[in-house]
Each structure stands twice: as C-alpha cells, then as structure tokens.
Write a protein that binds this ligand. Structure first.
Ligand code: FAD
Ligand code: FES
Length: 233
C-alpha cells in the first residue's frame, strides 16, 4: 500500500495524484490503481504521469465511480498502486514529437522528461477540448510546446520535421496522425487505452486487433508501432 502525498484538482474534473514509494517506471507504462474495498470489482488502469525519488504521479479525469473515489482521496490516505505494467514508448535517438489529445496527454510528461534527459530534441503538441492542463509543467520538459484548444492538434504538426512521433489520445486523433505520417520518414508509435480487466495479461478484455493478430494492450502494449494497429504507415 502506498500513501497519498497529494491529490489536487488541476482543471475541471482533472486531478493530479502523487503516491509514495520507489518505482522503476518506464515511459508510457501504466499502473492499476485501487482505493476502495469490494466495489468497483476491478482496479483502474492509469498512465504514469511522472516518477521521481519521492513517488509516482497520475493525471486523471473523473468519468465514473472508480475515478470519483480516487478524487476523494486526501494526503495520508492509502492507495493500492500495482505496477508499473506494460510496454511503453521506446528509447530512441533523434528529433521527437509527442502528440496528446485530452487525457491522452497524461503519459507524455514523463516521456518528454526522459527523452530530453537522454539528449533528444522533443516538441510537445497537446490538444484539449476546452481548457489546457498543466501548461507550465509541460513547457518545462520540452523544447517547444504547441497547445490547441477546441481544434485539431493534428493540424498543427508537420510529421516530416521529425524522426519519431509518439501519441496517445482518442482513436480518431491517432488514426488521422497515422494517415498524415504516411509517406514521411517519421516512425509513429501509438499508445492504446482499451478498457481493461486484470491489467496483467490474464483476461483478454483488452484485446486489440493488429497486423500480427490479436494482442493484449496491457501486456503487449499499451504502446504499438502505428502500422501494427492502423495498417501501412
Ligand atoms: C493503459 C491505460 C492508461 C490510461 N491512462 C489514463 C490516465 O492517465 N488518466 C485517465 O484519466 N484515464 C486513463 N485511462 C482510462 C481510465 O482507465 C478510465 O477512465 C477509468 O478506468 C474509468 O474508471 P471509472 O470507474 O471512473 O469509470 P467507469 O464507470 O469504468 O467508466 C465511465 C465511462 O468511461 C468509459 N471508459 C472507461 N474506461 C475507458 C477507457 N479505457 N477508454 C475509453 N473510455 C473508457 C466507460 O465506457 C464509461 O462510459 C487509461 C486507460 C488505459 C487502458
Ligand atoms: S486487461 Fe486482462 S488481459 Fe489485458
């Protein structure tokens, strides 16, 4: 069990929660969170927003009972943090663009921070429906931040400018990006957020069709090469 260090509203219905403990987190991985006894039955998968010597952070949107219960946590409360799980974004060398839509921006903070620490130029493109989240924090971990509120963040990026593009967000946004990347040299990685059951490869709830057959988002992903999920890119 971990201890909640902070759990603060950072937007309308969006919270940033930090839990105590040492975690070996890789870019784009997630944890299964639980702060209740019997119901809801399942723990909830939430991407790792950040990880440091004090603990691990999660940026989440309240959408239902599990996330409502998370939002009620106070510093000093206990929370079950299982993980980190999954295959996240790869370590690369080159110019990188990270493209997030909505709560899909969550895994991109730690990813940007790590890729920058590894010496890569990193630009961030974040799209929101009506309010930007944690703009100053994101600005601090990249070379250039582009924020789009109410429009299409995919309109703002020229894929030919990058060696690698990594994205997380609505399926349609990632599909549009995959189409836009076609014919360029950029390699695109997508992070899938299928609904999950166990989070550890045992139930097949998270199954995802790929060019290599059905794969488990929790164990084989959540990050895949775009061509595996969207066909030729
Ligand atoms: C790998 C992974 C990483 C994720 N990272 C984050 C994150 O960093 N921050 C965050 O806020 N959320 C994230 N999610 C989504 C998060 O897991 C769900 O929003 C959460 O489980 C909802 O639980 P709930 O009990 O509040 O709502 P529920 O009562 O379970 O659902 C409420 C509503 O949300 C919809 N919903 C639930 N799960 C998903 C999903 N995976 N995709 C689309 N719609 C869904 C349901 O269909 C329903 O309409 C992630 C999901 C995955 C699989
Ligand atoms: S969530 Fe159970 S196999 Fe992926």
């Amino acid at each position: 069990m971990a201890t909640v260090l902070k759990n603060e509203a950072v937007g309308s219905g969006f919270y940033l929660l930090k839990a105590s403990g040492m975690y070996d987190a890789k870019m784009g991985q997630f944890c299964m969170l639980r702060a209740w006894d019997a119901y809801p039955v399942l723990s909830r998968p939430i991407s790792i927003f950040d990880c440091d010597g004090e603990g691990i952070s999660f940026l989440y949107k309240v959408v239902g009972q599990g996330t409502e219960l998370l939002a009620q946590l106070k510093p000093g409360d206990t929370i079950d943090v299982q993980g980190p799980y999954g295959n996240g974004f790869p370590a690369v060398t080159g110019k990188v663009a990270l493209v997030g839509g909505g709560i899909g921006v969550a895994p991109l903070y730690y990813t940007a921070k790590m890729l920058k620490a590894q010496g890569n130029p990193v630009d961030l493109y974040l799209g929101f429906t009506d309010e930007a989240l944690l703009q100053q924090e994101y600005e601090a971990v990249c070379d250039e931040l582009t924020v789009n509120i109410g429009g299409y963040i995919t309109d703002d990026i020229n894929p030919a400018d990058y060696d690698y593009i990594m994205t997380c967000g609505p399926h349609i946004m990632m599909q549009v990006l995959a189409d836009k990347v076609k014919g360029t040299a950029a390699q695109l990685y997508v992070s899938m957020e299928n609904r999950m059951g166990c989070g550890v490869g045992a139930c097949l709830v998270c199954s995802c069709k790929t060019t290599g057959g059905n794969k488990k988002v929790c164990k084989d992903g959540p990050v895949f090469k775009a061509e595996e999920v969207f066909g030729n890119v």
